[in-house]
Design a protein around this ligand. Structure first.
Ligand SMILES: [Zn+2]
Length: 296
């Protein structure tokens, strides 16, 4: 157990953290998570193959959000799209990896961006996203994408799902133009939510999140692969507080679980002030990073 090698820093520092189960879709199985004592990366061990992953995603994984969540997602994606357009130009060639039903592509399209592409393994979600751009129905590693062709590659809650993280970053570098940007949005293991909820923290999303990063090891991954972080922001996550409570209750007090829904406006308002403080303290459960490919 103590000889597990960290897939990121390659040191022999992988220490058993906990055995998790799927608290969202109840997929069968128990999954061991390790945490690197050197860089802090949390990772599934063994790392699943791309084939194993097919069992981890139920048919309704990309289903439509509830009414309130949908409104909030649209507002959030509008804000993200504005920032993305600001760091580049309106005619930039943009790829959204794991674009789902295309909410972010839609927001970019509404701002006037037209050179939009996506990769999405779910064919039904990909069909919906194709209203806003050219979508390849594939995983990122298997997708045929032209080298040196994109200005921006976005991983919004998708990088942590890819089994071979090094190949994913190498491919990102290859398909980006020499001064292209990567935008990465993912959970932050150095957050108050992770400390409070432990294995019930929504950010672990066992077994779909193969890796859970913190600001230090994400910077390490990007720097090792020729990227330089330009901006790091900490997101607003009242929904993750509610879902983490749901996860805890589903194990400990299932009868109380129905009272905690992310479609409950009262609960979202209750956790909003805490989420704002957490973002300002740079301890929120979500990191949003913009990094530039270094010219070489
Ligand atoms: Zn490590």
């Amino acid at each position: 157990m103590s000889n597990i090698i960290c897939p990121l820093c390659k040191r022999c520092k992988g220490k058993f953290s906990f055995t998790g189960k799927d608290l969202l879709y109840n997929i069968n199985g128990r999954f061991d998570l390790f945490e690197c004592k050197n860089c802090g990366l949390v990772f599934l061990n063994p790392i699943p193959s791309e084939d194993d992953l097919k069992d981890y995603y139920p048919k309704d994984y990309c289903d439509e959000y509830g009414r309130l969540t949908k409104i909030l997602v649209e507002i959030m994606e509008k804000g993200r799209a504005k920032k993305i357009v600001k760091i580049s130009r309106i005619e930039a060639k943009i790829l959204d990896v794991g674009c789902g039903r295309g909410y972010l592509l839609r927001a970019l399209n509404l701002l006037g961006a037209r050179n939009l592409y996506g990769v999405e393994p779910d064919p039904d979600a990909a069909k919906l996203a194709s209203r806003f751009g050219v979508i390849k129905v594939s995983t990122f590693l298997n997708a045929q994408l032209k080298d040196n062709s994109f200005d921006i590659v976005i991983f919004k809650h998708s990088l942590e799902h890819i089994p071979n993280i090094e190949k994913a970053i190498e491919k990102t570098k290859r398909i980006l133009r020499h001064d292209g940007m990567v935008v990465v949005i993912l959970p932050n293991s150095n957050s108050w939510e992770r400390r409070i909820f432990g294995k019930y923290w929504r950010g672990f999303d066992v077994p779909r999140h193969i890796y859970t990063f913190n600001p230090f090891n994400l910077d390490l991954l990007l720097r090792n692969n020729g990227f330089r972080i330009k901006e790091m922001r900490y997101g607003f996550t009242p929904n993750d507080w509610i879902m983490s409570i749901q996860f805890y209750l589903s194990d400990k007090l299932p009868s109380l679980k129905p009272f905690f829904s992310i479609n409950n406006p009262f609960l979202l308002m209750l956790f909003a002030p805490l989420s704002i403080i957490q973002s300002l303290a740079m301890k929120s459960g979500r990191m949003e990073i913009t990094a530039q490919r270094c010219i070489n």
